[in-house]
Each structure stands twice: as C-alpha cells, then as structure tokens.
Design a binder for this molecule. Structure first.
Ligand SMILES: Nc1ncnc2c1ncn2[C@@H]1O[C@H](COP(=O)(O)OP(=O)(O)OP(=O)(O)O)[C@@H](O)[C@H]1O
Ligand SMILES: [Mg+2]
Length: 364
C-alpha cells in the first residue's frame, strides 16, 4: 500500500498542512523542534488510533484550538481508503474515527486502512525497558493485522480488571470466593487465544528479525527472540492457564492482584546469545530495534500481501556508516517517511520529495 496524501488541521504545531508523498522516500528535514516528528505522529495516529509518544490525546490538539483533525488517503490492492481521526477537547467522546464518509463505532475498525511501521527514538525501550514495552510492541503489531487479536486483548484486560476487583472484595468477604470461578474460566479462555497468536508470531518474527539483523550488521551479529511464557510451552495453554489461576488463587486473594497470565508475558531479545537488555551497546540496541521493525514490515507484507509504509524518525544519528548504508539499501523502493536534521545523513538514498520543516510549516 502507499499513502497518497496526509492532511493535518490544528494538529500539534501545524495549523494546516498537506503532504503529498511520492512512492519511494519522503524526507522531512529541519533543525530541532520544528515539527518533523509531529508529522510521523499524525500518520501513526491514522494507522493505530493513538500517538506513539503520549497516551493523552489532547496533547496533540494545537494549543488554543478546540479540535484537531488528521486525514490519510491510501491506495491499496483493493482500492482507495480514506481515514480521518478527529480529536476534540472537553467533549464526552474525545476521539472520532471516520472511514470514508462513515463514522466508525470502534477504534479497532481503523486497522488495515493505513498500515504502517514506525521506528522512533522511544522504541529503544523495546530492548531497554521492562516486559510491558515488549508486550506493547507485539500487541500493536498483531492488533493492526488481526482485529480478532485486538478484541481478545481488550476482553482479557477487562476480565482481568474485574477479577482483580473481585479479589479485593473476596479478601474482605471470603464467602464470595466461589464467584471467581467464572472469571478464571473466561480469563484462561481469552488468554489462550492471545498465547497462541503470540507464540506463532514471535517464532516467525524471530526468524525474520535474525535475517534483517544479519544484513544490517553485514553478518557480524546474530539476533534472536524468545517468548517467555509458561503457557506457551503447553499443548493446551487454556487448561494450563486455568490450572495456574486456581493454584495461585489463595496468594492472589492475599495480594489482591492476579499473579499469573498473559499480562506477565515477555520476550527475551538476544544478540549473540546474550540478553540485549543487559549487554548490548546503545548502537546495538538501536540496531536490534530497527531489525525488529524491518521484520515487522516483512511480516505484515506476508500477512497482507502488500508492503506497509515505513516511518523512520531520526534513525540515522546513531548508526555507523556501514549500518546506514545497509539500511538505505534495505529500504529500497518501499514507501518510507524519514526525518532528519541533516540531509547528508541520507547520502546514497534515492530521495523523492524533500520537505523542509520550519516552525510548523512545510516547504518543498
Ligand atoms: N499541542 C501543541 N500545539 C502546538 N505546538 C505543539 C504542540 N505540541 C508540541 N508542539 C510543538 O512542537 C514542537 C516539537 O515538534 P517535533 O517533536 O515534531 O519536533 P522535531 O522537528 O521532531 O524536533 P527534533 O529534531 O528535536 O526531534 C515543540 O517544540 C512544540 O513547541
Ligand atoms: Mg523529532
């Protein structure tokens, strides 16, 4: 797929802006704090319904404006898709999604209309941060590709919240304990479908990321991913999760929280057999995340039958010249949106459109 236009109104530092990208690379170049990342954030919002750097949607509305709107027009195998996300201050429904002329009822309906993979400096946390960062990486990827996964996640989070509330109630009124049975069953059921999807995807993603990393590092480093979830080792993850919930119930009541389940899953990312979180250098961690993101694009292409768009925010600054060259070669003719402060960082790339970004305005 590729994007044919992106328009912003009262989004972050932009009053009005329009991007008309070509099919290859589109560059946003300019000094710090001019609005380069804001553009990629707007695109990410149309891909996923959320920002990659804040969970507070209101922050994206231009200061002094009551609402922001971002629209993307994309061209795919099955035709043209138009999506808009409208953020409004102070209203009951603060986020509205439009698909064509139709108002979507759920944010999840957005997935697939614009499919993109974003690499941003914050993504270093996928390697450096705690397990929740890696779960989020995987969950975002899978949710965009498989709406059923997104709904299973939502359901699992809701049941978990209810079970935890009930644990608090049971710790005060032990006679309520029997009511936990149905929640345990439902939690195990939703968890099983999540574990199965994660197990399958991590296996495939690991193979793809290993290949990407070998290319990026010209064969110097071996990257691998390992899913650490007790349930994933079992033939019947649902039965296992249910048994664990029952075994840990007494403890859970005492602690008033659920200690076992898919909300504790993690992925170990290793370089040369050693945990990258502990041992990898900053540049290695950055490269590992980049390999993961590139693997995501291959995975998405395999699932959807066409490549996604790639967004690279400030990616070149910490890569050595060899890795830069490999990356530029890898991007090839994919539709890619790149930000940079110095255009010479992109030497060797076939740059399509170059937008100069100055104080929330774009100049060609
Ligand atoms: N809600 C908002 N309304 C108006 N302006 C905003 C809003 N949110 C952020 N900004 C402005 O956007 C600017 C940052 O834009 P952005 O993060 O895109 O910069 P950048 O060009 O990517 O810079 P860098 O090279 O440092 O990454 C901030 O300096 C801030 O003034
Ligand atoms: Mg930036």
């Amino acid at each position: 797929m590729h994007i044919t236009s992106l328009t912003l109104r009262n989004f972050r530092s932009y009053e009005e802006a329009e991007v008309l990208p070509g099919e290859g690379m589109t560059v946003f170049s300019g000094p710090n704090a001019q609005g380069k990342t804001n553009i990629l954030e707007a695109m990410h919002l149309c891909c996923t319904g959320r920002s990659h750097r804040t969970s507070h949607d209101e922050e994206m509305i231009r200061w002094g404006s009551p609402a922001a709107k971002v629209s993307v027009l994309s061209s795919q195998k099955d035709g043209t898709h138009e999506v808009s996300v409208i953020l409004t201050k102070g209203q009951k429904k603060k986020k509205n999604v439009r698909i064509g002329a139709r108002q979507a009822e759920r944010i999840g309906e957005l997935f697939g209309h614009v499919f993109g993979v974003l690499f941003s400096p914050e993504d270093l946390q996928i390697v450096k941060g705690g397990p929740s960062e890696r779960r989020r990486f995987l969950d975002m990827q899978l949710s965009q590709l498989r709406p059923a996964y997104f709904y299973a996640l939502q359901q699992s989070a809701r049941i978990l919240g209810q079970r935890n509330a009930l644990l608090r109630a049971v710790s005060e009124h032990p006679s309520l304990e029997g009511t936990l049975d149905t929640w345990d069953e439902q939690l195990a059921l939703a968890g099983a479908s999540i574990v199965k999807a994660r197990r399958e995807v991590i296996g495939e993603l690991s193979r793809m990321a290993c290949e990407e990393h070998r290319n990026l590092t010209t064969g110097k480093e071996e990257l691998s991913l390992r899913y650490t979830s007790e349930a994933a080792q079992q033939e019947d993850p649902g039965a296992f999760l249910l048994r664990r919930l029952q075994e840990t119930r007494a403890d859970d009541i005492r602690r008033m929280t659920t200690s076992t389940g898919v909300h504790r899953d993690d992925i170990v990312i290793s370089i040369g057999g050693r945990d990258a979180r502990t041992y990898a250098s900053q540049g290695q961690q950055r490269s590992a995340v980049l390999s993961l993101k590139l693997a995501q694009t291959s995975f998405a292409e395999k699932e959807r039958g066409e490549p996604p768009i790639l967004m690279l925010d400030d990616v070149m600054s910490e890569l050595d010249p060899d890795r830069r060259r490999q990356l530029i070669e890898r991007i090839g003719c994919m539709q890619t949106f790149v930000t940079c402060t110095d255009i010479s960082d992109l030497a060797g790339a076939t740059q399509g459109r170059i937008y100069q970004v100055r104080e929330g305005k774009l100049y060609l």
